[in-house]
Design a protein around this ligand. Structure first.
Ligand code: MG
Ligand code: ZN
Length: 442
């Protein structure tokens, strides 16, 4: 979502979901499948259902509920099976969490389709279905807009999985439809993996066949065969509680340390004339108040990442070593002023190379996301070019345009005041060396 400085002034001080300008969604209900035995989380699930497993002292399900209420979904239905009492006791009627929370109880042996069928009287005509294993920063309005635009019956979130953290299980057509859903993950030409969030309709549950049946094994293939399952593809990594090994990374992500992404030329330093480049440290001239802005962000506990196109490398105007020297100077002088730049991501490619990292493509932003467990839905990206705004939008960041009238320091004031509750964890901020990444470093 793009913001200019005027619309920013109308933002509630309270909201963290800045990528969501408060337009009501027409999907009001989330249905969370949370009844499984959680065997892969044993022994944590010996006395607790999976969604009640604690991360940073808080049940995982509470993070999901917070995300939903931040997005405007206040009607939440948990479909429970294994050990339902701890969750029921924790959430009550939901009022403590600003939501209406209901539960539907099934046998732990019930499959997902059976759970949904038994909850049929409680389902809205359209609902957001979630599996309780994954956290992914939901962009409800955008997702819903794409769903409506597709004209299809249902939509499923897909992680692009470019970094191959898991095995793909879908094949997607060029027009954005899922044309194969392969739970066995063995078919050829799969690309992307189901995150477990989707828009479905009550009619899909009504038409389930009899018996104890899995929703995804029954309804997904049917929708796919009729060409009615849209894909919402995201490069933003999801965080899972599906297995013990993944809990640590998930806890680290959910801990949420604020971060900001900044374009370099025209935001931190004077932009070179068109077709020219900042080729040496002497060419790098700070803009007024840029260093002070970085210092304020650092003092407020923000991690700072620079995201920059450097086509001068492909064009032979400067070398990788030249760029490293420029960035070294920038980082050192920022540090001298109290600002800590945690990393620089750059695209070395030319205008017509067709890479995935040159802005307006969001590749560098997603790489920073993965490397540092950023929540891009709560991470601002500021740049001085329309292509920066496009890249920020594509990555799901709240984004802003730096101009001579609205320079970096004004933006930083707004960013800081829009995120008043985040504290600095200084003990984790020392000792990590500054890093410079091109797109292929990961
Ligand atoms: Mg720029
Ligand atoms: Zn590139």
């Amino acid at each position: 979502m793009l913001f200019d400085f005027m619309t920013m002034n109308h933002l509630s001080e309270k909201t963290c979901s800045l990528s969501n300008p408060g337009r009501p969604s027409s999907v009001h209900q989330a249905v969370i499948l949370a009844g499984g035995l959680g065997t892969r989380l044993h022994p944590l699930t010996a006395n607790l259902p999976k969604p009640m497993v604690q991360l940073n002292g808080k049940p995982f399900a509470e993070y999901l509920v917070e995300m939903l209420t931040n997005q405007g979904i206040r009607d939440i239905l948990f479909l429970l099976g294994y050990l339902p009492d701890p969750l029921i006791k924790h959430f009550g009627d939901g009022s403590r969490f600003g939501a209406t929370i209901r539960t539907s109880l099934c046998s732990p042996q019930s499959e997902t389709g059976t759970r949904l069928r038994e909850a049929l009287p409680l389902l809205d005509p359209e609902f957001l279905l979630m599996y309780c294993d994954n956290y992914w920063p939901l962009a409800l309005h955008r997702m819903e807009n794409e769903w409506r635009g597709s004209g299809l019956e249902a939509m499923l979130t897909i992680y692009a999985n470019d970094d191959r953290i898991t095995r793909d299980n879908v094949r997607i057509s060029s027009d954005g439809k899922i044309v194969l859903y392969d739970k066995s993950r063995t078919a050829p030409d799969l690309a992307g993996v189901d995150i477990g969030f989707g828009f479905f309709r009550r009619s899909h549950v009504e038409s389930l066949p009899k018996g104890n049946i899995s929703f995804e094994r029954s309804v997904y293939p049917d929708l796919v065969s009729r060409g009615q399952l849209a894909a919402y593809v995201s490069g933003h990594r999801y965080y899972s509680i599906g297995s013990i090994e993944r809990l640590e990374a998930t806890a680290r992500f959910l801990e949420f340390r604020p971060a900001i992404l900044l374009d370099r030329d025209g935001v931190l330093n004077e932009k070179a004339p068109r077709g020219e480049y900042v080729c040496s440290p002497e060419d790098f001239r700070w803009l007024p108040a840029a260093r002070e802005s970085l210092a304020r962000l650092t003092a407020a506990g923000f991690r700072i990442f620079v995201i920059t196109n450097q086509a001068g490398i492909a064009r032979g105007a400067l070398t990788l070593d030249d760029l490293a020297a420029v960035n070294q100077k920038m980082t050192q002088e920022a540090a001298n002023a109290g600002g800590r730049i945690d990393g620089v991501y750059f695209c070395p490619h030319g205008w017509h190379d067709g890479c995935a990292c040159r802005k307006p493509k969001p590749g560098l932003l997603f790489q920073a996301q993965r490397d540092h467990a950023l929540d891009l839905s709560r991470t601002w990206f500021l740049g001085d070019d329309e292509r920066d705004l496009e890249a920020g939008y594509a990555a799901g960041c709240p984004s802003g345009l730096v101009t001579p009238m609205v320079p970096l320091d004004l933006w930083v004031s707004r960013v800081l005041s829009s995120m008043p509750n985040f504290h600095s964890p200084p003990e984790t901020r020392s000792g990590e060396p500054f890093t410079q990444h091109s797109h292929h470093d990961s």
